[in-house]
Design a protein around this ligand. Structure first.
Ligand code: ADP
Length: 396
């Protein structure tokens, strides 16, 4: 069966068509600037590319374009839409309602809509993506796969904030955690490299992309994660601040006249590397640092130090880790950044092996005598969505 994986953002839509017989990617693509003048479309099928610019008003038009491209006679991937068995959708928020992926029904869609207040910027377009598929492919099953679901195993001591308890009971305020499909994929792969039963493994996953989050895994389950009610909390990211003293908000708002929406927009979109330095992209920041930009170097140092503090905390959360795992854009590519983070643990005998710490390496990158193993594993955020979708529709 082939599964169409959809990741719908507010003005973008990423897709992959995955053949579940061998889990190979048959087609992938991206629609950008949906609802904005000059929508870009790009699909790649092997070395065949379909690329054009044509205004698309909404996600339904974007999905229609995706289906046209997938079935294109010359450059498409399938002969007919009948080959698509189901659609799997990345959905930001499952709240406490969804502890695992769910078939989209009238009832589950209503529950997903009820969670809009917890993440309106993502949840609305995610729902638009589901509804677009329902409209364009009536009768085709849709499955929702939640960014938060894998983290639902956290105990209350990890997920509750020390604020009035009624905020949790009345308003659902708690740590939810995000990047769940990536953490789940890596949590599944790591024990294979450690040669141990997943039940006996304790490790720390560092998903370091543009958005970054850590998770502490014991026996295959999340016991803590760094993102919170929203993806703003935690380590330093491309444009997000990560942790700040909440009192900073009032102080800056009083001084600048910003309202709370502008303030949060600043913390989400103009902070992190982008706020501290020349760009949200680690490569640009490092290039500036290499040319002698001291502030850029400080931004990298803040990023490194914050990660070290989180890893140290999660050593306690898992009560001694077997491994620290790096993944996503920076984790997979920036070997130096990973080595610098681990250098902060030389005192406890954790050591990177420079010969193993190479870009594209997959597996253990620490020395044989390192007290904790360090791994680099490329993530895959689409495959878990396709696997869940297949499993759920196979039961229908
Ligand atoms: P997203 O969260 O948008 O999926 P990615 O996982 O693609 O992000 O990660 C983007 C980050 O990865 C950027 O900060 C980028 O600088 C970094 N990155 C990608 N390739 C490299 C590289 N070769 N060296 C250093 N950093 C890299």
């Amino acid at each position: 069966m082939k599964i169409l994986v959809i990741n719908a953002g507010s003005s973008s839509l990423k897709f992959q068509l995955i053949d579940m017989d061998d889990e190979s990617v048959k087609a992938k693509g991206l629609v950008e600037r949906i609802g904005i003048e000059g929508t870009h479309f790009k699909q790649t099928v092997g070395d065949k590319v379909i690329k054009f610019t044509r205004n698309m008003a909404d996600h339904t038009e974007a999905i229609t374009a995706v289906l046209e491209a997938l079935t294109d006679k010359e450059n498409g991937a399938i002969a007919s839409l009948d080959e698509i068995g189901a659609c799997g959708h990345r959905v930001l928020h499952g709240g406490e309602t969804f502890k695992q992926s769910a078939l989209v029904t009238e009832e589950s869609l209503k529950a997903i809509e009820d969670l809009i207040p917890l993440g309106p910027l993502h949840q609305r377009p995610n729902i638009a993506g589901i509804k677009a598929c329902q409209a364009v492919m009536p009768g085709k099953p849709n499955v929702a796969v939640f960014d938060t679901a894998f983290h639902q195993t956290m105990p209350p001591k990890a997920f509750l904030y020390a604020v009035p308890y009624a905020y949790y009971t009345d308003y659902k305020v708690r740590r939810y955690g995000f990047h769940g499909t990536s953490h789940r994929f890596i949590a599944g792969e790591t024990p294979k490299y450690l040669g141990k039963d997943p039940k006996d493994c304790k490790f720390i996953i560092c998903h370091l992309g543009n958005g970054s989050s850590l998770s502490a895994i014991v026996g295959g389950k999340v016991v803590d994660t760094s993102m919170g009610l929203t993806p703003l909390e935690g380590v330093v990211m491309g444009t997000r601040s990560g942790d700040v003293d909440p009192a900073v908000l009032e102080y800056i708002m009083d001084n600048t006249g910003m309202d709370i929406h502008e303030m949060l927009n600043t913390l989400n979109k103009k902070s992190g590397f982008a706020g501290l330095s020349v760009s949200s992209d680690m490569r640009d920041v490092k290039a500036a640092a290499a040319k002698g930009d001291a502030q850029a170097q400080t931004a990298v140092d803040i990023w490194t130090y914050r990660l070290q503090k989180y890893i140290g905390a999660y050593m306690a959360a898992v009560q001694g880790a077997d491994a620290i795992v790096f993944t996503a854009g920076i984790g997979e590519n920036d070997t130096e950044a990973c080595a610098d983070v681990i250098a902060g643990f030389a005192w406890m005998g954790i050591k990177i092996d420079p010969a193993r710490n190479v870009r594209g390496a997959c597996g253990i990158i620490s020395t044989d005598d390192s007290t904790v193993k360090v791994l680099r594993i490329p993530t895959n955020e689409e495959l878990p969505i396709a696997r869940d979708t297949l499993e759920i529709v196979s039961r229908l």
